[in-house]
Design a binder for this molecule. Structure first.
Ligand SMILES: NC(=O)C1=CN([C@@H]2O[C@H](COP(=O)(O)OP(=O)(O)OC[C@H]3O[C@@H](n4cnc5c(N)ncnc54)[C@H](OP(=O)(O)O)[C@@H]3O)[C@@H](O)[C@H]2O)C=CC1
Ligand SMILES: O=CC(=O)O
Length: 327
C-alpha cells in the first residue's frame, strides 16, 4: 500500500507531481486544522507531512499516530513544537541555504524602498500628483550607501545581507548574534556589538534571527527608544520577534523614522492594523523567499528530506538530530 502524505499550504506543482507518483498525497490549504474533518481523517493515516507553516503541537500529534516525519518548506520552524515531536519520535526537517540569497535580496530591497520612499513615490506618480518638474524636499529620501547597518542574527541570511551592504553599498556593518562571527568580521569588516550598542549606533537595524523563546519580543519599547530617531527598522525574521504595538508607538512618536516589514505579529495582517496607514512603513506579505526559482528549490529540498525520512535514511536537514539518534 502507498504511504500517505499530507501536503499543506505550499508545495510547488512539479514537486507535488513527483510525490504523487510515489505516494497517496492529499493537498490542503488554509483549513481549520483543529476542526476540519477531512483534514483530521487524512492526518490520522498520514506517514508524512510536507508544507508551509502548519502549526504542529501536542494536540495535532494526537491525531497523527502513524506520522514519521514533518518536512517544512521553510527554513524557520517556529510552527513546530519540538518537544512534542521528540516525545512522539517524529522527525522534523527544514530548508536552509537554498533561500538565503533570495531572502537577503528581499530584505535589502525593502530597506532601500523605505530609505528612498519608493512605494510612496510610486503612488505619487500613479495618482497624478507629479505636476511640477522636480519634486521638493518633502519627498526626498535618505542615503543607504556609506551608512551603518546593524544586523541582529548574523547567520546565513544575515551574512548575505552584510555581503550586499558591504560590497554593494560601502556600508559599515555591526552585528549581534549569540556568538561572534570571525568570518563576517574578516569578509565584511563587521563589528560585533552588544544589542544596545548596535541599536544606538546603526542607521538601519535589520532583524533576521529565528523566532525562539529567547527572541520572542526581543525588540520592544526600550529597544526602539535606543535607536536613532533617523533609524530605519527592517524585519525579515518573524513578526513576533518584535512587540508590534511598541513598534507602532515608536513610529507614531517619531522614536524611529521608518520601517520595512515583511513579517507581522498576525499573518495575514488585519486590515485595521495602524501600520497599514503609515506612509513611512513599507510592507510586503511575508515573501522573503518567494521567487519562482527559490520556491521550487525549497519544495524540492523538502521533498528530498521527506523521502529520505520515509525510506529509513537520515534526512539532510533534521532540525533536531537527537530524534534520529533515538531511532
Ligand atoms: N521573511 C521571510 O520570508 C523569511 C524569514 N526567515 C527567517 O530568518 C531566520 C534566519 O534564517 P537563517 O539565517 O537561515 O538562520 P541561521 O540559523 O543561519 O541564523 C540565525 C542567526 O540568528 C542568531 N540568533 C539566534 N538566537 C539569537 C538570540 N537569542 N540572540 C541573538 N541572535 C540570535 C544566530 O546566532 P548564532 O549563530 O550565534 O547562534 C544566527 O546568527 C529564520 O529562522 C526565519 O525565521 C527565513 C527565510 C525567509
Ligand atoms: O519564512 C520563511 C522561511 O523559510 O522561514
Amino acid at each position: 500500500m502507498k504511504k500517505k502524505i499530507l501536503a499543506y499550504n505550499r508545495v510547488e506543482k512539479p514537486v507535488l507531481k513527483r510525490l504523487q507518483d510515489q505516494y497517496d498525497v492529499q493537498f490542503f490549504k488554509n483549513v481549520d486544522t483543529k476542526n476540519d474533518s477531512e483534514f483530521l481523517n487524512f492526518l490520522h493515516e498520514a506517514d508524512g507531512i510536507i508544507g508551509l507553516e502548519l502549526p504542529v503541537d501536542r494536540e495535532l500529534l494526537e491525531h497523527a499516530p502513524n506520522l514519521k516525519i514533518i518536512s517544512n518548506v521553510s527554513v524557520g520552524y517556529s510552527n513546530l513544537d519540538l518537544n512534542a515531536l521528540k516525545e512522539k519520535n517524529v522527525m522534523a526537517t527544514n530548508t536552509p541555504g537554498v533561500l538565503t540569497d533570495t531572502v537577503a535580496d528581499t530584505a535589502f530591497g525593502i530597506l532601500i524602498a523605505a530609505a528612498r520612499r519608493i512605494p510612496e513615490l510610486d503612488n505619487y506618480v500613479k495618482n497624478g500628483n507629479w505636476t511640477s518638474e522636480a519634486v521638493g524636499p518633502e519627498l526626498f529620501g535618505t542615503n543607504v550607501h556609506h551608512k551603518t547597518l546593524g544586523i541582529i542574527g548574523m547567520g546565513r541570511i544575515g551574512s548575505a545581507i552584510a555581503q550586499r551592504a558591504h560590497f554593494g553599498f560601502d556600508m559599515e556593518i555591526r552585528y549581534h548574534s549569540r556568538s561572534s562571527k570571525p568570518d563576517a568580521e574578516e569578509r565584511f569588516g563587521a563589528k560585533y556589538c552588544e544589542l544596545d550598542e548596535l541599536l544606538e549606533t546603526s542607521d538601519f537595524v535589520c532583524m533576521i534571527t529565528p523566532l525562539t523563546e529567547q527572541t520572542e519580543g526581543m525588540l520592544g519599547k526600550k529597544e526602539f527608544q535606543r535607536m536613532k530617531k533617523s533609524a530605519i527598522f527592517v524585519n525579515s525574521s518573524r513578526g513576533k520577534t518584535v512587540v508590534e504595538e511598541d513598534l507602532i508607538e515608536a513610529l507614531e512618536q517619531g522614536e524611529i523614522a521608518a520601517a520595512a516589514l515583511d513579517v507581522f505579529e498576525q499573518e495575514p495582517i488585519n486590515a485595521d492594523n495602524p501600520l497599514l496607514k503609515m506612509k513611512n512603513v513599507v510592507t510586503t506579505p511575508h515573501v522573503g523567499s518567494s521567487t519562482v526559482e527559490t520556491e521550487l528549490k525549497m519544495s524540492e529540498l523538502a521533498a528530498d528530506n521527506l523521502e529520505a525520512g520515509l525510506n529509513g535514511e537520515k534526512p539532510a536537514n533534521l532540525v533536531d538530530e537527537s530524534v534520529w539518534k533515538d531511532k
